[in-house]
Design a protein around this ligand. Structure first.
Ligand code: FAD
Length: 473
């Protein structure tokens, strides 16, 4: 009798504890992926694009080992029960989900299958450590990042890597075809400007290119959006095409071998810990998906301004750094972290539009859209999160541009209509003298918008509102 290996957000063969344990059962293995559109938040467009390609890569990796990926669609429990009836499978192996809906679904499935005499074996394949394994002295979840990170890194070391088996024996059973699933989104692709390679091989290539490149100057370079100084591992990590411990292990090994400074490697490790922190927070406080962690912030007098929201989404706000970020997102499905903070702050503070609107847009357009990281970071920016930016921190998009994109490389790349403006004015074209604008071919209000709000006016409006709500807590 075979065992089922249920792939979800662990679309890899290396360092996959569920796979290795399924193999140890010494039975034929049925690797299955289920498209269950009712269980969790519906995937966004960019994520569907990525998933389609990642599943193709996983299927071909399995085929290289004599196996096959079985695709089924529908309610997960019904599909699994159907597979069990069809094949007589006696056990289910999976890497656990820690997001609230997935966690609950896994528990229900384990309960139902065990009642049918099928054993269920769950592992942690997606995080450095599962929620609940790092708690403070009172046995409570950490709400602040730094002590969480210290506790996690003090308790856990990278585990040894797991090699996949050379051969996986899989019985012949029917599978859907990926083309039938129509995961292709409305838009043709998200590869404009980036060479994404969804799948395990792409993830490992990204990691090694990063370790041989950007990691060496990561702590400073990671803030410069015009440079390729970060790993761009986020979609790969989200879909589990690489384990987070693998990224940590390789960065630290490079430091031990003197290939990168240890402080740079540890800064990168800290970012990977932010990912765990976000998932732990969402797991322990599931309401933060839709409500403020600090309840008083739900009283923010959000503005309903569809025109401003649309200008933000399309990169037409008149603030070059904000527009460059939103256009990078639309073209590539990814945005640099510094710019994510600036555009998010602009939406919630300058435009005073509800962070949930921004979170939803990111969810639909990011190839790395991740419920926990997205919600946690949006609430961080909005000031309403557990370990959030103080309410009075309102990014000035012009000053941010001058500081982190002083030579305008990023703005020129994504807002080409401004590319001929000299550095001095590229982050604030409305301050440029008429002849400079004319020489650069910029006509404000025509070739490029005037600012949708005035920074000083917007800042004062946001501060008043934020002061009022934050005082209620
Ligand atoms: P690197 O700098 O190379 O970092 C390595 C890895 O660490 C990342 O791949 C990511 O997994 C993790 N990481 C880094 N920063 C953070 C962070 N602040 N929070 C959580 N994990 C982090 N990241 C997502 O993966 N999915 C999201 O949906 C998402 N939404 C965001 C929304 C907002 C408003 C903001 C400000 C940030 C968001 N981030 C999100 C976090 C961060 O911007 C991205 O993880 C990062 O830009 C990905 O690029 P990278 O892989 O090159 O990062």
């Amino acid at each position: 009798r075979p065992v089922i290996l249920w792939f979800r957000r662990d679309l890899r063969l290396q360092d996959n504890p569920a796979l290795n344990r399924a193999i140890e059962a010494e039975r034929p293995v049925l690797p299955v992926f289920i498209l269950d559109e009712g269980a969790e938040r519906l995937l966004g467009g960019a994520a569907r694009w990525w998933l389609d390609k990642s599943l193709r890569a996983l299927a071909s990796n399995l085929e290289a080992r004599g196996s096959r990926l079985i695709l089924r669609r529908g309610d997960s429990l019904s599909v699994l029960q159907g597979l069990i009836t069809e094949t007589g499978a006696e056990a289910l192996f999976l890497n656990r989900s820690f997001e609230p809906a997935g966690f609950e679904r896994d528990a229900d499935i384990a309960y139902a299958l065990q009642a049918d005499g099928v054993s269920c074996h769950g592992f942690n394949g997606s995080l450095l450590c599962p929620p609940g394994s790092v708690l403070n002295g009172s046995g409570q979840p950490y709400k602040v990042f730094t002590p969480f990170m210290k506790a996690l890194l003090g308790k856990f070391e990278p585990p040894a890597g797991l090699e996949p088996p050379a051969r996986i024996v899989t019985p012949q059973i029917a599978s859907d075809g990926l083309d039938e699933w129509g995961l292709h989104p409305r838009r043709p692709d998200w590869s404009g400007g980036f060479d994404w390679t969804p799948g395990e091989a792409g993830a490992l290539d990204n990691l090694s290119a990063f370790i041989n490149g950007g990691l060496k100057t990561y702590s400073h370079g990671r803030d410069i959006p015009g440079r390729a100084n970060t790993s761009r591992l986020s979609p790969h990590l989200h879909w589990g095409e690489i384990s987070p411990w693998r990224a940590v292990r390789e960065a630290r090994e490079a430091a031990v071998q003197g290939r990168v400074p240890a402080a740079e490697a540890e800064k990168f490790v800290a970012e990977i810990v932010w990912r765990d922190f976000s998932t732990h927070l969402l797991h322990h406080f599931p309401f933060i998906e839709s409500r403020a962690f600090r309840a008083e912030y739900d009283a923010m007098p959000w503005r309903d301004d569809p025109a401003a929201l649309e200008a933000w989404r399309r990169g037409q706000t008149g603030y070059p750094l904000v527009d460059a970020g939103m256009r990078q997102l639309w073209a590539t499905g990814w945005m640099h972290n510094r710019v994510r903070m600036v555009v998010a702050s602009f939406l919630v503070k300058h435009l005073m539009i509800d962070w949930r609107e921004g979170e939803a847009w990111f969810w639909d357009t990011l190839v790395d859209a991740d419920l926990a990281s997205n919600v946690q970071n949006w609430q961080w920016v909005a000031g309403s999160g557990a370990d959030a930016a103080p309410y009075f921190r309102i990014f000035n998009p012009t000053a941010q541009g001058q500081k982190f994109d002083g030579d305008g490389a990023y703005v020129r790349r994504w807002v080409p209509e401004l590319c001929r403006l000299p550095d001095k004015w590229i982050q604030a074209p409305w301050t440029a003298p008429t002849e400079i604008l004319r020489d650069a071919g910029v006509r404000l209000g025509d070739t490029y918008p005037r600012p949708v709000v005035d920074h000083d006016v917007a800042r004062a409006r946001a501060l008043n509102a934020l002061k009022a709500v934050s005082g209620r807590g």
